[in-house]
Design a protein. Structure first.
Length: 136
C-alpha cells in the first residue's frame, strides 16, 4: 500500500519483506554472510543489466523490441543498485546492520560500491552510463 501511495508522489518506496534468520548455532559471521548475499546479488544483477544495455544499445535504434529491452535493462540497473544500497543501510531489520556486526570493513566497502552505483544512476542516469561505457 505504501508503494502504491508513494508512486503518486513521484517516487516509489517499496519494501516487499524481510527475511529473518534465527538459529541457536548462528553467530554474527554466518548471519552477516547470509545478509550480504541479497545486496551482492542486487549489485551483480545491476552490472548484468548495464552490460546487456551497453551491448544491445547500437541495435536499439533499428528495433522497437530491442529498444524496449534496452530500457528495461537501464531500469533494471537503477532498481537493483538502489535496492542494494538501501538494504545495506545499518538500520534495525535491514541487512546492513547484520553485515556491520559481522565485519565493518566489508560492510563499508560493499556499501560504498552500492552507493556509488546508485548515485551514478541518480545523477547521470543509466542511459548516459551506457553512452560512457560504449564511448559515445
Amino acid at each position: 500500500m505504501i508503494a502504491f501511495v508513494t508512486a503518486f508522489l513521484g517516487f516509489v518506496f517499496a519494501a516487499p519483506g524481510a527475511v529473518n534468520t534465527y538459529a541457536d548455532h548462528m553467530n554474527d559471521e554466518i548471519n552477516g554472510r547470509i545478509a550480504i548475499a541479497g545486496p551482492m546479488t542486487n549489485m551483480g544483477l545491476a552490472l548484468v543489466f548495464i552490460i546487456i544495455a551497453a551491448l544491445i544499445y547500437p541495435f536499439s535504434i533499428h528495433s522497437q523490441i530491442v529498444h524496449l529491452i534496452y530500457l528495461i535493462c537501464t531500469v533494471g540497473y537503477s532498481v537493483n543498485s538502489y535496492l542494494a544500497a538501501f538494504n545495506l543501510l545499518p538500520f534495525a531489520t535491514l541487512d546492513g546492520i547484520k553485515v556491520m556486526k559481522w565485519n565493518v570493513l566489508i560492510w563499508f566497502v560493499v556499501f560504498a560500491i552500492a552507493a556509488v552505483m546508485t548515485l551514478l544512476s541518480m545523477t547521470i542516469g543509466a542511459e548516459n552510463m551506457v553512452g560512457l561505457i560504449i564511448g559515445m
